[in-house]
Design a protein around this ligand. Structure first.
Ligand code: S3P
Length: 442
């Protein structure tokens, strides 16, 4: 009988997590490698690309637009191979809409990719993506000359018609969003002059680090990124390091499961992404990093973590949130095990992710008897050292991969099984999550 539609039962791990593992390629870097290679002249060579439904949405999008993708599955589960871009001749008019599935990164970055071309493309998404805000991207692109239909649309579906003579802009972004920053910079590559984006706090900088590999110079200050157009893009060789956002689940599991000691290798140590380690350290966790190399300008290395007794709550300031934005759900679960109060400041962006993650965290922790609440833009969690899940808890993933993995850790590191509705959404970023973490406990 098929288990489809039934909640997935997650059983406690048989023992502590012990040993060394690696995690799949970084999702943000994988999307960028596919999209930038599609924009470039010639054939780029990519290795370590994440094979997940989100990245597949980007692959399918660029194929529809005329790029030739010959990525193949490798024995380690990653994708590697070539992407032949459209270069100066531009993308072709696709014969139907481009469906981005659950992938906000595909939809939003694509708007920047399409900006300089005189084609008309309808961009669609699944139910969750069709609720997520798009005005933040369309507003600056419209200032550059791009047309959207409907012009004032807040959400997908939206049809974009690019503009061959894009105007460069200086844009003060209302939020720290790397997706917004990237869409504007990608459009700026073909605008005539310097396009500049300022953000209220530092968001991930993979675009600024990767564009020079394709021959596009960028200047990046603390909260400013610039690109000078018009510039042409040549092919590149990109190797994608492991995803710290996926590693975070293994690291946090080790901190919560007695006796554990793990090392995650070849994982990105880009500081715009490792804010979760800063937070865990401040909670008293035993975590360490060691740089072992760099892929282009992206540093990578090893993260190690051991079970830590006596974790304590802490306050995470608003300016740090962008560096740990995708890790708030799993950090909230760790905070639920810690002594005292944890406060995440200015986490309003979590309401606009694959689900309303603030409401989901509060509701999920309530099932464990943990007091968590929001006040304005802040999230509060009153920890309970020694926390154990009651029997029979069923969590709803809300179709959100990071929630599915967070609630899975309750079952994996606890004493009783839990069930998760819609667990299969882990395919968005980490399809083998369960197998990888179970392997560390044998
Ligand atoms: C991403 C940026 C972040 C992050 C998302 C991936 C990216 O979103 O949450 O998972 O690849 O640029 P925002 O740009 O909305 O902050």
């Amino acid at each position: 009988m098929s288990d489809e539609g039934k909640p997935k039962v997650i059983n406690p791990l048989p023992g502590p997590l012990d040993g060394t593992c690696s995690v799949p390629g970084d999702k943000s870097i994988s999307h960028r490698a596919i999209l930038f290679s599609a924009m470039a002249e010639g054939t780029s060579r990519l290795t370590g690309v994440l094979d997940s439904s989100d990245v597949r949405a980007s692959i399918e999008a660029v194929q529809k637009l005329g790029a030739k993708v010959s990525l193949e599955k490798q024995t380690d589960g990653s994708l590697a191979g070539g992407v032949e871009g459209w270069g100066a001749k531009g993308p072709v008019q696709p014969d139907g809409p481009i469906y981005c599935g659950n992938s906000g990164t595909t939809a939003r970055l694509l708007m920047g990719v399409l900006a300089p071309w005189d084609i008309s493309v309808r961009i669609e998404g699944d139910e969750s993506l069709s609720k997520r805000p798009m005005r933040r991207i369309t507003a600056p692109l419209m200032m550059m000359g791009v047309e959207f239909d409907p012009a004032g649309a807040e959400t997908l579906p939206i049809t974009e018609r690019g503009c061959k003579r894009l105007r460069p802009i200086k844009y003060n972004s209302p939020m720290a969003s790397a997706q917004l920053k990237t869409a504007v910079l990608l459009a700026g590559i073909r605008a005539d002059g310097v396009t500049e984006l300022n953000e209220p706090s530092v968001s991930r900088n993979h675009t600024e680090l990767m564009l020079p590999e394709y021959g596009v110079e960028t200047t990046a200050g603390e909260r400013t990124a610039r690109v000078k157009g018009p510039a042409s893009m040549h092919s590149a060789e990109i190797s994608v390091p492991g995803d710290p956002s996926s590693a975070a689940f293994i690291i946090c599991a080790a901190l919560m499961k007695k006796g554990s000691a793990v090392q995650v290798e070849n994982v990105s140590l880009n500081t715009a992404r490792t804010g979760f380690l800063y937070t865990l350290e401040r909670m008293g966790a035993t975590v360490e990093t060691r740089h072992t190399g760099s892929a282009g300008k992206e540093p990578y290395g090893i993260i190690s973590a051991c079970y830590t007794e006596g974790l304590h709550g802490c306050e995470i300031p608003g300016h740090k949130i962008a560096s740990l934005v995708d890790e708030v759900p799993v950090l909230a679960l760790v905070a639920a095990h810690a002594r005292g109060l944890t406060v995440f400041r200015n986490v309003q962006e979590l309401r606009a992710k694959e689900s309303d993650r603030l409401d989901a965290i509060v509701a999920g922790l309530a099932k464990l008897g943990v007091d968590a609440w929001t006040e304005g833009d802040d999230l509060f969690i009153e920890g309970q050292p020694g926390l154990q899940a009651p029997e029979g808890v069923v969590f709803d993933s809300l179709g959100d991969h990071r929630l599915a993995m967070t609630w899975a850790l309750v079952g994996l590191t606890g004493n009783v099984p839990v069930a998760i509705d819609g667990f299969e959404c882990v395919d968005v970023s980490y399809p083998d999550f369960l197998e990888d973490i179970e392997r560390l406990s044998q």
